[in-house]
Design a protein around this ligand. Structure first.
Ligand code: O2Y
Ligand code: MN
Length: 585
């Protein structure tokens, strides 16, 4: 396709002059091109073929062992003023970042190919879709971008001769962790990423554009870019209710997005619209409408099985790039938590055969990259150009105690308080230290491109603009009894909490007020067919005032981080919570 966009041509020329690649390839996004990229990687050893009989179109990529996850300590918001990045982001002055990275990018693609990857975030022809252009020297990134986004000519067509785009320059560099920088320039809407070839650091459509840069664009333009799954719940009358939900990692976000309802026979089904990111705009009807900007899943693999997430298993059956899983001699990928025991001999994620069994065979952050269209639970509305109308927003976290199974906010402002204070206990897989409480407001702490206190204010402002706002909720599937056993079965049974939320949205479900919000009234949850331990429901919905007074003190410390950027309305919410707790038993 002829490139008629003068600024795009100029920027690509500038990047080529800086990086000095041997050749430049403009990606068109065709099937033929994808096959060529795969063949190049098979030839270079960047991909290992998996069994084409059992997993057609599936390959294994092993990233460098020092490059296996997002690197928050090397991720920078390079706003002009340090204050605008806020206390929860690393900040670097734009000039300093530019000069540091210009030196690193200088000549970095000598002897290599430069891929120019045009891509669309959002459904084609959607008024909410945005164009990004990623320049990269990684065939793995180019191929993954074809899975994760609408990539190639489709994006150039949307761009036209003068449309706007978010430029992102990426090089794997020397993969030296000390020379790894993921830099965002929110005022310029620009991304520079150097020194990593992995996931969120390198696939620039995802966390860097669709969240960090988009959150700044959204604030300036009056919409929301959120770290949220989108799901569709249908009821026996065939009515559909759409939820967006924010969870920190290790809380089962992908499992919820792809939930298999045990109540399908009764008419309650769940379908997937998105598993990670929601772009939401206010419609003419005063409702919030959400699109999933992505076209694929970059899902974590360990723990995924036919038991825990059959839809994810079916999605990754074919046409999938696995990263850092283990593999059997006959090309079957394996990971901890898969249904089958480990085959022998097994080659681990670092390529060591046989696997010693001393360390995990698959890296705990190993991933599958697969087209969303392959997901059996994908909603027929997942590519609607106007998006889907969101009636409920759910915040969640992993809490062994304190937090009830499900709480409804009193109103939007209280809901923003629930989101701004949401917290999760770490799991050993994620951090090595388990049970440490981390507050991660709206699950956006690592992804907000500006000051988190201003982000809270923006949420409050959006609430005032929404004449038909969604109801806001908080869920916790992970509450334990005094013997450390989970009180709630989780997984598909979570649909029962969704059904209650849906009933509340429809103005029907019964609720009991507590100091922290509204919880299901006795008998309001549909529990038919569920074998809950005696007293479990009461424990699941208990609000212990003494525990919550301690919680309020921790929230006060959390809020102190945001200084005078903390909206007064949230400080007032904390005061109101304390007042309600003071009078509670
Ligand atoms: O470690 C990475 O680079 C991937 S992180 C990730 C991937 C898919 C969806 N969400 C996330 C996340 O960290 O929230
Ligand atoms: Mn995520």
């Amino acid at each position: 396709m002829k490139i008629t966009h003068a600024r795009l041509r100029q920027w690509v020329d500038e990047c080529a002059a800086l990086c000095q690649p041997d050749t430049i390839h403009w990606c068109d996004g065709s099937e033929q091109e994808y096959r060529w990229l795969v063949q190049e990687m098979l030839d270079s050893g960047a991909l290992v073929p998996l069994s084409q009989e059992i997993h057609p179109g599936c390959y294994l990529h092993r990233s460098h062992p020092n490059d296996v996850a997002r690197v928050e300590n090397r991720t920078f918001i390079c706003s002009r003023r340090e204050e605008d990045a806020g206390p929860t982001n690393n900040w670097m002055a734009p000039d300093e970042a530019k000069s540091l990275l210009t030196a690193l990018f200088s000549g970095c693609m000598q002897g290599r190919m430069m891929y120019v990857v045009p891509y669309l975030m959002g459904p084609a022809d959607s008024p909410f879709a945005r164009v990004g252009i990623e320049i990269t020297d990684s065939a793995y990134v180019a191929a993954s971008m074809r899975v994760m986004t609408r990539m190639g000519d489709i994006a150039l067509r949307q761009l036209g001769e003068a449309g706007s785009f978010v430029p992102g320059l990426h090089s794997v560099g020397e993969l030296d962790p000390e020379r790894r920088y993921i830099c965002h320039f929110p005022e310029e809407r620009l991304i520079w990423s150097y020194g990593s070839g992995y996931g969120g650091n390198a696939l620039l459509g995802k966390k860097t554009f669709a969240l960090r840069i988009a959150s700044a664009i959204a604030r300036d333009e009056g919409w929301m870019a959120e770290h949220m799954l989108i799901l569709e719940l249908s009821d026996p009358a065939g009515e559909k209710t759409y939820f967006a939900a924010a969870f920190p990692s290790a809380c089962g976000k992908t499992n919820l997005a792809m939930l298999v309802s045990p109540l399908e026979e009764q008419g309650y089904t769940v379908r997937t619209v998105g598993d990670d990111i929601a772009w939401m705009h206010i419609g003419d009807d005063g409702r919030l409408w959400a699109v999933n900007p992505e076209a694929g899943f970059f899902g974590v693999v360990p723990g995924t099985s036919r038991q825990t997430n059959p839809n994810a298993m079916a999605t990754m059956q074919a046409n999938t790039i696995f990263t850092n899983v283990a593999v059997s001699d006959d090309g079957i990928p394996w990971w901890e938590g898969k249904d089958e025991p480990p085959p022998t001999p097994l080659t681990d994620w670092k390529g060591r055969r046989p696997w010693s069994g001393e360390e995990p065979a698959a890296h705990p952050n190993s991933r599958f990259t697969a087209p969303a269209a392959q997901c059996p639970s994908i909603s027929s509305h997942w590519e609607d150009v106007q998006g889907v109308p969101i009636s409920g927003i759910i915040f969640g976290g992993r809490r062994a105690h304190v937090m009830p199974l499900v709480v409804e906010a009193f109103d939007w402002r209280h809901g923003v308080f629930l989101g701004a204070t949401m917290a999760s206990e770490t799991t050993a897989a994620a951090t090595g230290a388990s049970g440490v409480l981390r507050r991660d407001p709206m699950a956006m702490l690592p992804f907000c491109g500006y000051h988190m206190g201003d982000y809270f204010s923006y949420w409050l402002k959006m609430g005032k603009r929404l004449t038909n706002p969604p109801c806001l909720f908080h869920v916790n599937w992970f509450r334990k009894d005094e013997d450390g056993r989970y009180l709630w079965p989780g997984f598909g049974e979570n649909v029962r909490a969704l059904i209650w939320m849906r009933e509340r949205i429809a103005g029907r479900g019964q609720a009991t007020p507590t100091p922290i919000g509204l919880v299901p009234a006795p008998d309001a949850l549909l529990l038919e067919g569920l074998d809950l331990a005696p007293d479990a429901l009461r424990e699941l919905l208990t609000v212990d005032a003494a525990e919550w007074r301690t919680e309020a003190n921790d929230i006060e410390r959390h809020f102190a981080r945001f200084g005078d950027h903390l909206p007064q309305a949230l400080a007032d919410e904390l005061t109101s919570l304390r007042v309600r707790l003071a009078t509670a038993k």
